[in-house]
Design a protein around this ligand. Structure first.
Ligand code: HEC
Length: 162
């Protein structure tokens, strides 16, 4: 009896196919909307966990180290380095009109700046792109990297906020 109920609950979570709900031995009757609520709560918990990794407000301070060479936001232009709007999820070397190093373009090969790759690059840029032209030693602290990535992740490719 107990096993059957647990199976029902699992089915309900993914497809909500249990007509008229079903009975849990300890908790009473579940309906389809209960299933959706449980699934929704689980999703919400995951989302909160993911965004808890970096703090955009702290990242804004860290970005001061980048701002001599990079801009982000609505009016962002290329400076010494390319503008960084939408960088989380953007292809390597994707800004039109910015002259990237040959090394970055060679290594690009369809790669995307996801959070993991950004973390590696920002730790020590030359480790990832040895002959790249980003003259920046890197951010030693993991928190600084997570925070600046969270800050950058607030911007879409057109510079608007997400
Ligand atoms: C002294 C100037 C300078 C500083 C400081 C600097 N960068 Fe850069 N950055 C560059 C240059 C130049 C490039 C282009 C690299 C190339 O073509 O090899 C670059 C490239 C990048 C790229 C790749 C962009 C693309 O379109 O592929 C990212 C991401 C990046 N920088 C992030 C950062 C972040 C975040 C910081 C601060 C923590 C930072 N940079 C600090 C000069 C700088």
């Amino acid at each position: 009896m107990r096993d059957a109920t647990v199976r029902h609950l699992h089915q309900g979570l993914t497809s909500c196919s249990v007509d008229g709900g079903f009975k849990h031995p300890n908790r009473g009757r579940y309906t389809c909307s209960d299933c959706l609520m449980i699934a929704g709560t689980a999703l919400l918990a995951l989302t909160v966990q993911a965004s808890a990794e970096g703090d955009p407000a702290k990242g804004e301070k860290v970005f001061k180290k980048c701002a001599a060479c990079h801009a982000v936001g609505p009016e962002a232009k290329n400076k010494v380095g390319p503008e960084l709007n939408g960088i989380v999820g953007r292809a390597w070397g994707a800004v039109d009109g910015y002259k990237y190093s040959a090394n970055l373009l060679e290594l690009a090969d369809g790669k995307v700046w996801d959070e993991e790759t950004l973390d590696v690059y920002l730790t020590k840029p030359k480790d990832l792109i040895p002959k790249g032209k980003m003259a920046f030693a890197g951010l030693k602290k993991e928190d600084d990297r997570a925070n600046v990535i969270a800050y950058l992740n607030q911007y879409n490719e057109d510079g608007s906020s997400k």
